[in-house]
Write a protein that binds this ligand. Structure first.
Ligand code: PLP
Ligand code: TYF
Length: 399
């Protein structure tokens, strides 16, 4: 039966980690996957997560199945983190929230919903975007196209091109937007540009689909990083929004996240929620309980919530600080090039503009593991290794 099975290619991002693990070099540096590391380049479990888990141990709760749409306390927290605790949309039940398998699973449920209930609609993704977006929508049978986003000339946002493409999309299209800290470019629209994007979506009757994977990780503030979806909601736009707690609470392997539908009518929210549950039931029945309890414990307790915010600031602060160090070394070693993009970009990543051949040099000669698109995860860089990385980048550009 299975003889004819072809070998699938490795994931372009997670495959980098495999190559990194296989290397025996003492100099090796994994700047592939976006996962936070300490200055010692070790994975980090947030103190507040350990605290929540200790409380959970004491409570010794059972391991019964969650409802299909997840832990009620988590659903409340996650909607409030997205829209604000005082949101009128939440008060008026104009939101459908389903706990799902982190950001990826939440996007996949959103895509399944689109396939079933918005058939024939095309999803527009930024060029470039997180590679898995294409897989997720294609896997759900949803057609996707791209809109212009990144301008390599300015190493910034091609705002005019983006607006032109969103305008050019057929009315009622679905526009995927990174809520903050765009992956892989680290380039976000300004608040004024977000306002214009919202107005254009309104004009065109488009349905925005926010992917919020880095709330709190871009600016260090949960509120600040939710600016775009909150503003869209205030303007009365309906939208879908996936959320992930992989980065901001460091719960990567726990797979905790949610898909939300913000709509203009509570009755519609009820029906959308019922359909998302139906999709989830067929795919995996119900989500895991452990991570959802952690989020609920942390957000539900004022002290722990504040502690979480402080740890997020610490993590995003460490990344900003290595960004600054890398920038200084690059300026010192190659002053003829404008490196200002390094500190302009936000979030976990820097989009270096290195070509595939230069990336090959980074890895083969310098043991710096990174994705072929030239993205580096600064979350995987230590201050102690910043000069080494600058040497590798300058050598790869010059040779
Ligand atoms: N969306 C974007 C843009 C991402 O960068 C990621 C990765 O962190 C995700 C979604 C989903 O990740 P996860 O499934 O671990 O929450
Ligand atoms: O872009 C990244 O590095 C993160 C982690 O299939 C990730 O979003 C990468 C690939 C993938 C799932 C998560």
């Amino acid at each position: 039966f299975m003889e004819g099975t072809e070998q699938a290619p490795p994931d372009p991002i997670l495959g980098v980690s495999d190559a990194f693990k296989a290397s025996t070099s003492p100099d090796k540096l994994n700047l592939g996957v976006g996962a936070y590391r300490t200055e010692e380049l070790q994975p980090y479990v947030l103190e507040v997560v350990k605290k929540a888990e200790a409380i959970m141990m004491e409570k010794a709760e059972n391991k019964e199945y969650l409802p299909i749409d997840g832990l009620p306390a988590f659903k409340k927290c996650t909607a409030e983190l997205l829209l604000g605790a005082d949101s009128s949309i939440i008060a008026e039940n104009k939101i459908a929230t389903l706990q799902s398998l982190s950001g990826t699973g939440s996007l996949r449920i959103g895509a399944a919903y689109i396939n079933a209930w918005l058939p024939g609609k095309t999803v527009y993704l930024s060029n470039p975007t997180w590679g898995n977006h294409k897989n997720i929508f294609a896997d759900a049978g949803v057609e996707w196209k791209m809109y212009r986003y990144f301008d390599p000339e300015t190493v910034g946002l091609d705002f005019a091109g983006m607006m032109e493409d969103i305008k050019g999309a057929p009315d009622g299209s679905i526009i995927v937007l990174h809520g903050c800290a765009h992956n892989p470019t680290g380039v976000d629209p300004t608040k004024e540009q977000w306002e214009e994007i919202a107005s254009l979506c309104q004009e065109k009757g488009h349905l925005p689909f926010f992917d919020v994977a880095y709330q709190g990780f871009a600016s260090g503030s949960l509120e600040e990083d939710a600016f775009a979806p909150r503003m869209f909601a205030e303007k009365g736009l309906e939208f879908l929004c996936s959320q992930s707690y992989s980065k901001n609470l460091g719960l990567y392997g726990e797979r905790v996240g949610a898909i939300n539908a913000v709509v203009n009518d509570a009755a519609v929210a009820t029906r959308v929620a019922s359909q998302m549950k139906r999709q989830a039931r067929a795919m995996y029945s119900n989500p895991p309980v452990h991570g959802a309890r952690i989020v609920s414990e942390v957000v539900g307790d004022e002290d722990m919530f504040n502690e979480w915010k402080a740890e997020m600031e610490m993590m995003s602060g460490r990344i900003k600080s290595v960004r600054g160090k890398l920038y200084d070394y690059l300026c010192e070693k190659m002053p003829e090039k404008d490196w200002s993009f390094v500190t302009r970009q936000i979030g976990m990543f820097s989009f270096t503009g290195l070509t595939p051949a230069q990336v090959e040099n980074m890895t083969n000669k310098w043991e710096v593991y990174m994705t072929k698109d030239g993205r580096i995860s600064l979350a995987g860089l230590s201050a102690a290794k910043a000069e080494y990385l600058a040497d590798a980048i300058v050598d790869s550009i010059k040779n």
